[in-house]
Design a binder for this molecule. Structure first.
Ligand code: ADP
Ligand code: MG
Length: 376
């Protein structure tokens, strides 16, 4: 535990999860390391990646502060959109984008970019510039976290079933045989959006794709509404302020209680909040032990970590997504050190119920326990 960490007394409280966030800037990217200014790990400036969907020129004018909602199930996640003053087709267009991203990035959709990479048998293939940009950033974050984040975890993540009810897990032999296939540095990215993955290796974008999509939805919706709350599971992005001009409130999930119960509350704007946790996608094995879905690339087993959740606040939801996963793997001490090195605002909850925040976090985001929030 870092000396500078702020320890906040742990309290349990129940209620509905509040969500929020704000705006996202744009940078166009291409399939060339030269064209793309890599985002420094932890940079809290503009999102690094971005494909712009032009604000519909023909869209109907903004309708005051009228609220519209929509959502659907994509990439094993419930997408929820709340828009204020949006044009008529904003929700439908955002959901269409989710469908398009699912077809591009899902490893199970035949013909998707990820599926083609995983079935290329060592050959070089060309992918969509958006896929390439995610791979570029994934590789960068993998290097910055000493491999704690590794999209090449796929051969091993496929051996586990954390959500389907079968409680499948690999034998030690299967797991150890697949471990040498986990190495993001072996994935080569070339000019013209090419990808070369050594035969036998596979990728899984489950730890980063939702963040990328949240960034894209925020960028796409920002010019088309006066405010929006975009939620993709643990990734939230809020575009614009609340209709009354007040700051948005974000709830930090209480990892020891039911979904929807809050541990604490923070206020912010122009930011994405991403939480990774060991408490959601997991099963209890025959040995009584809990097995969760964030794997340690060094062992192929659920990460042995003192953290149950990591919540990061960054303007790039993609970076926050990948880093939150990595921070769970490395545990509180290393996570706190990395967050401070990278200039990232983060709040961690440990297995023994402590809440640790990066320096300045509490003041910057007016963070308080949910109980304090209710009684203020
Ligand atoms: P969630 O998808 O539940 O929001 P995360 O963002 O933490 O959670 O991503 C976890 C997912 O990422 C796993 O379901 C798996 O697909 C993949 N994954 C698991 N461990 C790692 C890891 N160490 N590095 C990269 N991806 C991982
Ligand atoms: Mg993640």
């Amino acid at each position: 535990m870092t000396r500078k960490a702020v320890s906040i007394q742990y309290m349990k409280k129940k209620t509905t999860r509040l969500l929020t966030l704000l705006l996202c800037g744009l940078l166009l990217t291409g399939c060339s390391a030269k064209e793309t200014e890599p985002e420094a790990p932890g940079e809290t400036g503009q999102p690094s990646a971005v494909h712009t969907q032009a604000p519909a020129a023909s869209a109907a004018p903004v309708r005051g502060t009228q609220k519209t909602t929509g959502g659907g199930a994509y990439f094993d996640t419930q997408v929820s959109l709340t828009l204020y003053g949006a044009d008529e087709t904003a929700i439908a267009d955002a959901l269409a984008a989710c469908g398009r991203y699912e077809n591009l990035l899902s490893k199970t959709v035949e013909g998707s970019d990820v599926w083609r990479i995983n079935h290329a048998g060592g050959e070089t293939i060309t992918v969509d510039p958006e896929t390439w940009e995610i791979l570029r950033r994934a590789k960068e974050i993998s290097a910055a976290t000493g491999g704690a984040f590794s999209i090449t975890i796929a051969p091993i993540s496929a051996m586990w079933d954390f959500t389907g009810g079968t409680k499948r897990m690999p034998t030690d032999e299967e797991r150890l045989a697949a471990l040498p296939l986990v190495d993001d540095s072996a994935m080569m990215l070339g000019e013209g959006c090419t990808v070369t993955l050594p035969a036998g290796m596979q990728i899984d974008l489950g730890g980063i794709a939702k963040g990328y999509i949240a960034d894209q939805l925020a960028a796409m919706l920002a010019p088309r509404c006066m405010g929006a709350i975009i939620s993709l599971g643990g990734n939230t992005y809020v575009v614009g302020d609340k209709p009354d001009g007040s700051l948005n409130t974000i709830g930090v999930q209480d990892p020891f209680a039911y979904t929807g119960s809050l541990e604490g509350v923070l206020m912010c704007k122009n930011i994405s909040a991403v939480t990774s946790g060991t408490y959601e996608r997991r099963f209890q094995g025959p040995d009584g032990k809990w097995y969760h879905h964030i794997l340690d690339p060094e062992t192929g087993l659920p990460a042995e970590t003192d953290l149950v959740s990591a919540t990061l606040l960054m303007t790039s939801s993609m970076s926050a997504d990948a880093l939150a996963t990595a921070f769970i793997v490395v545990g509180s001490e290393r996570a706190m050190a990395l967050a401070q090195e990278m200039g990232i605002d983060a709040i961690f909850i440990t297995r023994d119920g402590q809440t640790l925040a990066t320096p300045g976090f509490v003041e910057k985001y007016n963070y308080m326990t949910y109980e304090a929030f209710l009684t203020r």
